[in-house]
Design a protein around this ligand. Structure first.
Ligand code: URA
Ligand code: URA
Length: 275
């Protein structure tokens, strides 16, 4: 059994216990190998096989398959899998996290990350949180929102009488931008396929976008977060609420009132009585 299959089986065993993502596990990166060029038969190179259809031996076939380039449509293939039960959704998310772990689309980010930060939480969550991008702490741990902003987010989750494990949490980007700079439009575009796939698999009823980057990217909006917050938007079947980023709240505590107002909109729709 090759090592990728062995990892997949291991990860599936882990997900059967309800865990949707194993953050610190680094999967072997898929190696892209160009198929070797078949030499055109020139007169002097032409051996006994020249110009004839050659039957490949099983050993040669196996060698050829190993040289096939990595498929570009790995995400689409995963999305074709059955996603009817929470367990099936968790399995597909796990497979997608393996694809993401080997992603090389953003050369700079792939070269500077410690690991990808895929997403965590319930594969069947009613509510999805979308942040901006991993920071230094997330890059080290492999999970979104584990640093200072994450600790504030935890307090917000608690105040809303929700539990982190009831949510699914991810970001616009799955890699840390060096020095925590803003994601570049091309990076957000490169990572969009994974975000879309996570949304398609989890199929949340609500999405909360934390901060300008999340709100503008998810909704394809140019308006500021100050303009986007305070009302429900729609993305496919999900109701989308946009609010200030917890990092912004750490710098501007007076905006906490606005975030609380936004959370009350969410709670009211969920039928939760604010305490
Ligand atoms: N900020 C984000 O937007 N996402 C994280 O995961 C951490 C900090
Ligand atoms: N700017 C941001 O990027 N996010 C906020 O939440 C507020 C201002």
């Amino acid at each position: 059994m090759d090592s990728t299959r062995a990892w997949r089986q291991f990860l599936q065993t882990v997900t059967s216990s309800g865990i949707t993502h194993v953050p610190s596990v680094q999967l072997p990166k898929p190696v892209t190998v160009k198929p070797t060029q078949t030499k055109k038969s020139s007169s002097h190179a032409a051996g006994p096989r020249a110009g004839k259809t050659v039957l490949r031996s099983p050993i040669e076939l196996e060698r050829d398959q190993a040289k096939e380039p990595v498929k570009q449509d790995a995400t689409a293939e995963i999305l074709n899998g059955p996603a009817d039960t929470p367990q099936q959704k968790a399995d597909l998310l796990c497979q997608l996290s393996e694809v993401v772990a080997g992603c090389q689309r953003c050369t700079e980010l792939a070269g500077t990350r410690t690991q990808t930060v895929f997403g965590v939480g319930s594969a069947d969550a009613q509510i999805m949180f979308v942040g901006e991008a991993p920071g230094a702490d997330e890059d080290r741990v492999g999970e979104p929102f584990v640093g200072r902003a994450g600790q504030l987010l935890d307090r917000i989750i608690e105040a809303c009488q929700l539990r982190r494990e009831d949510l699914y949490i991810c970001n616009i980007l799955r890699c840390r931008p060096p020095g925590n700079r803003n994601p570049l439009p091309q990076e957000a575009a490169n990572c969009r396929e994974y975000l879309d796939a996570q949304i398609q698999l989890v199929k949340p009823e609500y999405i909360v976008c934390w901060g300008t980057v999340a709100a503008q990217n998810l909704l394809g909006e140019k308006r500021t977060i100050g303009r986007l917050r305070g009302i429900f938007h729609r993305h496919q079947t999900a109701k989308v609420l946009c609010t200030y980023h917890p990092s912004y709240l750490l710098r501007n505590p007076s905006a906490k009132k606005d975030v609380w107002d936004d959370m009350k909109i969410l709670m009211k729709d969920l039928g939760i009585e604010p305490s």
